[in-house]
Design a protein around this ligand. Structure first.
Ligand code: PMV
Length: 322
């Protein structure tokens, strides 16, 4: 029986979140935790998708793409199937999702799913899609999940590595051989990207003459970080992360739990640490050298709701046929 597997990495925003909303550059990096999608032939005339981790299930009628069964989740996959149907017949299949990436944590899980699903299912029906095409189709699904996504998440999940995002366009960054680890530590405090973005925009309205300097400083951090990434200068990357965190505090998206994790990471030997993503709640990211990573991890363990140790993913989407 034919089995196709595909997987795609998650991501973090390393520099520039929030400032990117007003046209400044941001850098995102693909990380090793992945979402896996397995597509299998089965003796049924339906197309069923189920997620092992969340228990979500959706069943489609392949010809019409009518949703026969659903609990209101995974509906964005219909958009992907519609895109693929324009190119090839949709065949019945049993599809299973497993994830190493927590959902709604700012780690781009929905985009990783869209990329892995598009790659696995297109291969199953005999399509050879380019990476650009996989990313484009995944972006269509992201619009359904996020409304107005930037496209960072599907791009990074498809291509891996690091990208610079600026005013709607992406550049893949040259990154030296970084062997250090990233630790993502979740405060467990709920986060709302929308609420955080609005709060920051309101502050900007109130103090434009002050905040424009903060935004310009954020841009300079990204320019310095580009050079540091290329040289794999992780000491500098860590220092720039610390400065970037200070700017995020300045625009009001830090908080007690986030500060606690940021400082525990630094005190236990991290090269740098900062909020990642929208802030207010959510996660921090710490960069730790190989010899310090266990110490930083252990120090964060007592205070974080969830911890992930990750390295940079260089590969992006991966397809395997069994
Ligand atoms: O926490 P996330 O991954 O949703 O990141 C939000 C990043 C922001 O810059 C705050 C918003 C955006 O759309 O870029």
């Amino acid at each position: 029986m034919r089995v196709i597997r595909a997987s795609a990495p998650g991501k973090i925003i390393l520099f520039g979140e929030h400032f990117v909303v007003k046209g400044k550059p941001a850098i995102a990096v693909a990380l090793s935790p992945r979402i896996h999608v397995l597509v299998r032939e089965w003796d049924n005339d339906k197309l069923m998708v189920m997620s092992r981790d969340t228990g979500y299930r959706i069943v489609f009628e392949p010809d019409s793409l009518e949703v026969i069964e659903s609990n209101g989740e995974l509906l964005q996959l219909k958009k992907i199937l519609e895109e693929l149907k324009n190119k090839k017949t949709i065949k019945p299949a049993y599809i299973e999702i497993t994830s190493e990436i927590p959902v709604a944590a700012g780690l781009g899980s929905s985009a990783s799913l869209a990329v892995a699903f598009t790659a696995a299912y297109s291969k199953y029906i005999g399509l050879e899609l380019s990476r650009e095409e996989i990313s484009r189709i995944a972006f269509e699904a992201e619009k359904i999940v996020h409304g107005k996504p930037s496209g960072i998440d599907n791009t990074i999940a498809t291509f891996g590595g690091a990208i610079l995002y600026e005013k709607g366009s992406f550049t893949r960054l040259r990154v030296g051989e970084i062997k250090d680890y990233f630790i993502i530590a979740d405060t467990g405090v709920p986060r709302s990207t929308r609420k955080a973005v609005l709060q920051v925009l309101n502050l900007y309205e109130k103090y434009p003459e002050v905040l424009k300097h903060v935004y310009n400083a954020a841009e300079k951090i990204v320019r310095e970080a580009e050079k540091a990434l290329e040289r794999a200068d992780t000491v500098k990357i860590g220092e720039l992360m610390n400065i970037n965190h200070g700017l995020l505090s300045a625009i009001g998206v830090s908080g007690l739990e986030l500060e606690q994790l940021v400082h525990i990471a630094r005190r236990s030997g991290a090269l740098g640490s900062k909020i990642t993503g929208a802030g207010i709640g959510g996660s921090i990211i710490a960069l730790a050298s190989r010899d310090k990573v266990d110490r930083v991890y252990d120090a964060l363990r007592r205070h974080a709701k969830r911890l992930i140790k990750a390295s940079i993913d260089w590969e992006g989407v991966r397809i395997e046929e069994k």
